[in-house]
Design a protein around this ligand. Structure first.
Ligand code: ATP
Length: 139
């Protein structure tokens, strides 16, 4: 049997995915990371973006807002601040979050508020990108 990765995607709210994979792509803070079985051990922060899990030719996509990725030769663990399946993304909510963040960023803000609005905007944009990808793959 071919090598498989065991994949866990968890948040403080609970487990979002558990299953096998042949290949995982995750949004590392330094760029996209592709992980195959027998990858060298690795721990890296995550940027807001999408995690792709491919298994037996089928692909599943998840939004992650940030967090950490831990890779061991047979295991990928995503510890996300928040995560949802691409199918569960509420686009109207993400649009609203984007508008809110954009309008905040036009105001004079403290450094902390500016940083919070910038990361909120990055989350909203990543959700909207994944929602669009989901739509395109269905047609
Ligand atoms: P909002 O301002 O709309 O709450 P947010 O980026 O601040 O967005 P998060 O802190 O990332 O939200 O997530 C809080 C919870 O809400 C998590 O459970 C997350 O999965 C869920 N969530 C947030 N936005 C969406 C969305 N657009 N679609 C589906 N679930 C969402």
């Amino acid at each position: 049997m071919a090598d498989k990765l065991h994949v866990d995607i968890v948040t403080v709210e609970g487990r979002r995915y558990k299953g096998d994979a042949d290949f995982v792509v995750a949004p590392g803070s330094e760029g996209e990371l592709g992980v195959l079985p027998r990858h060298i051990p690795l721990l890296t922060p995550l940027a807001p973006g999408s995690v792709k899990v491919r298994n037996d030719g089928e692909e599943q996509f998840f939004f992650v807002s940030g967090g950490f990725l831990e890779v061991r030769p047979d295991q990928v663990t995503v510890l996300a601040d928040s995560a949802e399946r691409a199918d569960d993304i509420d686009e109207a909510r993400a649009e609203e979050a984007r508008r809110r963040a954009e309008s905040l960023l036009q105001q004079k803000l403290s450094d902390a508020d500016q940083a919070a609005a910038t990361t909120a905007l990055a989350r909203a944009e990543a959700r909207l990108r994944l929602a669009e990808l989901r739509r395109r793959r269905r047609v």
